[in-house]
Design a protein around this ligand. Structure first.
Ligand code: ZN
Length: 298
């Protein structure tokens, strides 16, 4: 009897260990984007896979103005995955696909949106709820910024600037929630290489947990406010994580990609783990950016 019990405990320990080590399944969605998704999707896939924590799949929508038949072929089974990473900025998906996506998130699926992934779907209410703030005109919804000391400042719809960005430049990212599992261990302030700095993002902005901001400098065409760069929103049982860092224009030389920032990579990989499991085991890299110096992956 004792032996049987011991064996049962041992086997349950083994299965627990196997569960913890099981790869997290990530589905990257791309197919339309005014950014270079043909090159950034394989790059993001590689960055995720190098952590050893993920198995990464890719689904690509039809191109812009694709035929109805082509769109009928786009029916990703979101529920087969733990995380959907959006590298998509294009036409609104068919209703079936939107419903399946909403169901996936409500039932606990994780979503990570990168850069222009908060631009599309202005006509999809649930998606706007999930991302909170989107690339939209000022009359679309409220705007949220943070004060110097981290107080949330809400600007009503119609007041102040709508979505935009000034000229690209390197800038300081301020970690606003240093206890959040994704952000824990990142410096309070760190240099991010030349990138777009989104401002005036608009939306329902409900239940937003702002994890990092950047000060938008009027001298480079910015707003003089601390604009949200990284945030997450609960949706049903699921978590939706968004970062507007990571602009890569079409044909942009890879040496200049802000996706090489080790801060950006740490946030995206750890976010994918966190939205899937609620925990982060992926360590931060040894060479983190500092308040003065950027840190770029090779
Ligand atoms: Zn961009």
């Amino acid at each position: 009897m004792k032996i049987i019990l011991a064996a049962a405990i041992a086997s349950s320990l083994i299965s627990a260990t196997l569960t913890a080590a099981e790869p997290i399944k990530v589905l990257i969605v791309d197919g339309q984007n005014n950014h270079d998704f043909e090159r950034t999707t394989p790059y993001l896939k590689q960055v995720l896979e190098e952590t050893g924590r993920f198995q990464v799949f890719v689904v690509t929508t039809p191109p812009q103005n694709g035929s109805e038949a082509a769109w009928r072929g786009f029916r990703p089974q979101f529920s087969d995955y733990d995380v959907v990473l959006s590298n998509y900025n294009g036409q609104t998906w068919p209703e079936d696909v939107r419903n399946a996506f909403e169901q996936f998130v409500k039932e606990g699926g994780g979503v990570v949106n990168v850069h222009a992934a908060n631009n599309p779907f202005s006509d999809w209410a649930a998606f706007n709820d999930m991302i909170g703030l989107a690339w939209r005109p000022a009359d679309f919804g409220d705007r949220v910024t943070l004060s110097e000391d981290g107080e949330v400042v809400r600007t009503e719809k119609g007041e102040g600037p709508g979505a935009g960005h000034g000229s690209q430049h390197p800038y300081t990212v301020v970690t606003r929630d240093r206890k959040h599992p994704v952000m824990e261990g990142l410096p309070a302030e760190w240099m991010h290489p030349q990138d777009e700095l989104y401002h005036g993002q608009r939306g329902p902005a409900a239940d937003m947990h702002i994890l990092a901001t950047a000060w938008s400098d009027p001298e480079t065409g910015g707003t003089g406010e601390h604009e949200p760069m990284v945030w997450w929103i609960p949706h049903g049982e699921g978590k939706v994580f968004t970062t507007v860092l990571g602009h890569v224009g079409r044909g942009q030389p890879q040496e200049t990609w802000p996706m090489r920032c080790r801060g950006f990579q740490a946030i995206v990989t750890r976010a994918c783990e966190w939205v899937a499991t609620g925990e982060v085991t992926i360590p931060l890299p040894d060479e983190l950016p500092t308040a003065e110096e950027v840190s770029l992956a090779p």
